[in-house]
Every structure is written in structure tokens, then in C-alpha cells.
Design a protein around this ligand. Structure first.
Ligand code: URP
Ligand code: ZN
Ligand code: ZN
Length: 460
């Protein structure tokens, strides 16, 4: 099959020009003015912005967590992602403590293979680093194409590793050409504060927020940056939320160290006042929690300063009945919120349309940097001959409203209910196939491919 996209305004991380794109099979074959090649299908993109498909490198699909499973499967989650202009996601495999990485990967493959609608890859979360795990890292990188290793400095007893394990893992991952990523919050401090609040009878969602003050994230981010500096391992902080943590990274850059930063759309747009809505605040119970308006300002500036390279979602949806597990105790509310479908349009509307970031920066943080940092560039993350034809068309002027009534995520509320946005994803092409058009998904369960990733060098 071939496809010709005519007269779109093509935006990449570095360019902005009007041209045609000719797609042959799964890849882009040519880009130029007035292309005349005959194609099986043609799209008139006049007035549209034509961009590389979004890559969301932080999602949790069908993940066992806090006594339940996140409610989007690889099928429903990647389909919803496509509706919102995200053509590829990176999901997390969680090693069970006392078990191997291989066992965990087999389990996740069992859930994702043949079910994903959009393309996907995995980060491997190392929750138990020992000599057995060390021996598996090379296989993950060389044979499985899994080159990023996630760590948790919190969630003690289930996911957290200590600094001894962290340094050992970093040394091995550096040797094998991978990157260590981190949930950087001080787990022991948080556990102390949770226990204290509970002993005082403070049990509402507000105390989830008050149990994870900014210092818990700033301290862990600084410690992580120091450990990556010491080991020389490329490091990446996921879901960074606040000024204190970004300042720790800023300091690290003064010694010419690269430690990469991801923030998530919710930390740019929502703030902790939502926890004052009694139990409704559970919709936004996530870790780290939402912060203050001053932190939002720091994060927007951090994007433009190049300190924040990626805007992801940490999509980890739970239905309302699952959130109710913590009705009488905030520490039992499953952590996470739904956004996989909304990231691209929210960031376009609140970022580009409102003049906070440029169109090029938008592409950089939603697609190009995820592809570069996670070993997929230039196959993914740009529009160029030879790249996968993962292409989105955005109408920059169309207004629309977000709602659980119309979204495609498998969750019965929207964290952004009633938000009025400017800019809508109209058409999505995934590896040459029109995947979304006129609000319909045209590719089937199983179309999504597992993308093996290359080694990373810690440079964007
Ligand atoms: O609240 C969150 N973030 N849930 C998902 C797990 C994690 O820490 O990323
Ligand atoms: Zn996390
Ligand atoms: Zn997460």
C-alpha cells in the first residue's frame, strides 16, 4: 500500500515547511514539493500540521499494582493512545522480588503480544538487583532490545531498591550500553509520613499529598544524579514534578553532567488544590503527587531551558470502584491517573496554542527526544525518508472538549473533564496504515508491533 499526504505544513523538531509526503509500505519514501507519484490513497493536508506520531515513554498497561490491575490493557490503552495522536508507547515490565527479569518479561509478553493496536516497547523495572539479575542485563539489551532499566527509590517491600543495588545496577547497565531510569522519591521518608498521618487519623486523599513533600523528591533526585555522575551511567528521572528536584538536576548540569528529565502533562497543568475536594481528590492520587503553581512555572521554563527533555503521561488508570479501595485510607488508593489519549492535545492546546512552547519544541518533547533517548531514532521520532511512516495531522484551530463520555480509555472518569482545547488530532498514520480517521480506529487488535530498541549513548 502507498499513501500520499499533500500540502501539509510539516513540523519536525528542527523544520517547518509545506510539502508532500509519499509513503510506500510502512516507511516514508520521499518528502518534497508537488510530488506526483501515484498512490493507493491520498490525503489532502492543506491547513493541517503534519508531525511525527507521539511517543509516550511512560505508561502502565494492565499492570498489577496496589492489589489491583491498571484498567487499560495493551489493546485498549494503545488504541486510546492512537486516538490522541500517540503512535507508540513504552510500558513497564516489573520484576517480582525474588524472581528473574526473564519471568517478568514472559508475563508481560503474554499480555501484550497480539493484543496491542499501536506500537510498543518495554522498560525493564529492576526491583531486585543481585548476581542473577546482573547476568540478565546483557541479554535484555542484546537479545530483547530492552535498553532502559527502571528503578524505584520508593514503594518499599514491593519495588524499591537500595543505593547499594542502584550503584551495582548502574555499573552493569553502563557496561551494556543502556540507561537507568528512576522514580526518584525518598521512600523511607514517605513511609514515615504515611504512618504518622495514619496514626493521627488523617486518612483523606489530601494526606497522600502531604506525605510526599517536595523535599522527598528533591533529595532523591539529587542522590540519583550523584550516583549517575559517580558511575558514568546515563540516567533519566521519570515524572519529575517540582522546583526542588529540577534544581538538583540544574546543579548536576553545572558539572557538565547529563541527567535527563521527563515531566508529565498533569504536573504542567494541574495542581495540589485538587486534593482539597474530599474523596474526589482520589482521581488525582498519583506518586509523586500534584504540586504547586510555582512548580508548574518551573517545569514550563525547564522545557524551554532544555532541562526537561520529555513530556510523558505516567498513564496508570484505575476505575472509580478501584479508587474506592482507599475510601477510608489514602494509602490504599491505587496510585495513577489516565492521560494516554489526552497528552498530545493537552500539550498542544496549553503549550503551543497558548504560546508557552514552539511547534518545534512540541515535536521535540513528545516524539523526537523519546525516540533519541530510548534508542529508536531516526526510525521513530521524525519525518524523513526511511523513517517509519508514523504521522499525525493536527487541525490547529479546531476546538473540542475532553470528557469521559467521549474518550476511548477504559476508565469511567476523565481527569480533565470539561477542559476546552484548541487543536485536534484528525488523522493518524501508523507504519503506513491510516489508523485513525474521522474519529474511527481503522487498525485492528494485534497491529501494534514490539519495537526492539538500540543501545543508548546518553546524548540527545
Ligand atoms: O502514581 C503513579 N505514578 N502510578 C504508577 C506507578 C509509578 O510510580 O509510576
Ligand atoms: Zn513512579
Ligand atoms: Zn509510572
Amino acid at each position: 500500500m502507498s499513501l500520499l499526504i499533500k500540502n501539509g505544513r510539516i513540523i519536525t523538531a528542527g523544520d517547518d515547511y509545506v510539502a508532500d509526503i509519499f509513503v510506500d509500505g510502512e516507511a516514508i519514501a520521499a518528502i518534497g514539493k508537488n510530488l506526483t507519484a501515484k498512490a493507493d490513497q491520498q490525503i489532502d493536508a492543506k491547513g493541517m500540521l503534519v508531525m511525527p506520531g507521539g511517543i509516550d515513554p511512560h505508561v502502565h498497561l494492565d499492570m498489577p499494582f496496589m492489589g489491583t490491575f491498571s484498567s487499560d490493557t495493551h489493546e485498549t490503552g494503545t488504541r486510546a493512545a492512537l486516538h490522541g495522536g500517540t503512535t507508540m508507547v513504552i510500558d513497564f515490565v516489573l520484576q517480582k522480588q525474588g524472581h528473574s527479569l526473564r519471568e517478568a518479561l514472559d508475563e508481560w509478553n503474554g499480555r501484550a503480544r497480539g493484543t496491542a493496536v499501536g506500537d510498543y516497547s518495554f522498560h525493564m523495572a529492576v526491583t531486585d538487583f543481585n548476581e542473577g539479575t546482573r547476568a540478565e542485563i546483557q541479554k535484555m539489551v542484546e537479545e530483547e532490545g530492552i535498553t532502559s532499566f527502571k528503578t524505584f527509590m520508593a514503594y518499599k517491600g514491593a519495588l524499591m531498591i537500595d543505593d547499594r543495588q542502584m550503584v551495582g545496577l548502574m555499573q552493569e547497565v553502563k557496561k551494556q550500553g543502556g540507561m537507568v531510569t528512576v522514580h526518584a522519591t525518598n521512600g523511607d521518608m514517605i513511609d514515615y509520613l504515611i504512618a504518622k498521618h495514619k496514626s493521627e487519623g488523617k486518612l483523606s486523599p489530601l494526606y497522600h499529598y502531604l506525605s510526599q513533600p517536595e523535599v522527598t523528591e528533591a533529595e532523591a533526585s539529587s542522590r540519583f544524579a550523584d550516583m549517575t555522575h559517580y558511575t558514568g551511567c546515563p540516567g533519566y528521572i521519570v515524572h519529575l514534578t517540582c522546583e526542588g528536584a529540577l534544581n538538583a538536576v540544574r546543579l548536576a548540569t553545572k558539572r557538565n553532567q547529563r541527567v535527563f528529565v521527563e515531566t508529565c502533562i498533569q504536573y504542567l497543568l494541574l495542581d495540589a488544590s485538587l486534593y482539597e475536594k474530599d474523596f474526589e481528590g482520589a482521581k488525582w492520587v498519583m506518586s509523586p503527587p500534584l504540586r504547586q503553581k510555582k512548580d508548574q512555572a518551573t517545569l514550563w521554563a525547564g522545557i524551554n531551558q532544555g532541562l526537561v527533555q520529555i513530556v510523558a503521561t505516567d498513564h496508570c488508570p484505575f476505575k472509580w470502584e478501584q479508587k474506592l479501595m482507599g475510601k477510608d485510607d489514602f494509602s490504599k488508593i491505587p496510585n495513577g491517573h489516565p492521560a494516554i489519549e489526552n497528552r498530545m492535545e493537552l500539550l498542544f492546546s496549553e503549550g503551543v496554542s497558548k504560546g508557552r512552547i514552539s511547534l518545534n519544541k512540541y515535536v521535540e518533547v513528545t516524539s523526537t527526544n523519546p525516540a533519541k533517548l530510548f534508542g529508536m531514532f531516526p526510525r521513530k521520532g521524525t519525518l524523513a525518508p526511511g523513517s517509519d511512516a508514523d504521522i499525525i495531522l493536527i487541525d490547529p484551530n479546531e476546538k473540542h472538549t475532553l470528557s469521559a463520555k467521549t474518550h476511548h480509555m477504559n476508565v469511567d472518569y476523565s481527569a480533565y473533564e470539561g477542559w476546552e482545547l484548541t487543536g485536534k488530532v484528525k488523522t493518524v498514520v501508523l507504519r503506513g496504515q491510516v489508523a485513525i480517521d474521522k474519529g474511527q480506529c481503522l487498525v485492528k487488535k494485534g497491529y501494534g508491533k514490539f519495537i526492539k530498541r538500540n543501545k543508548v549513548n546518553g546524548i540527545v
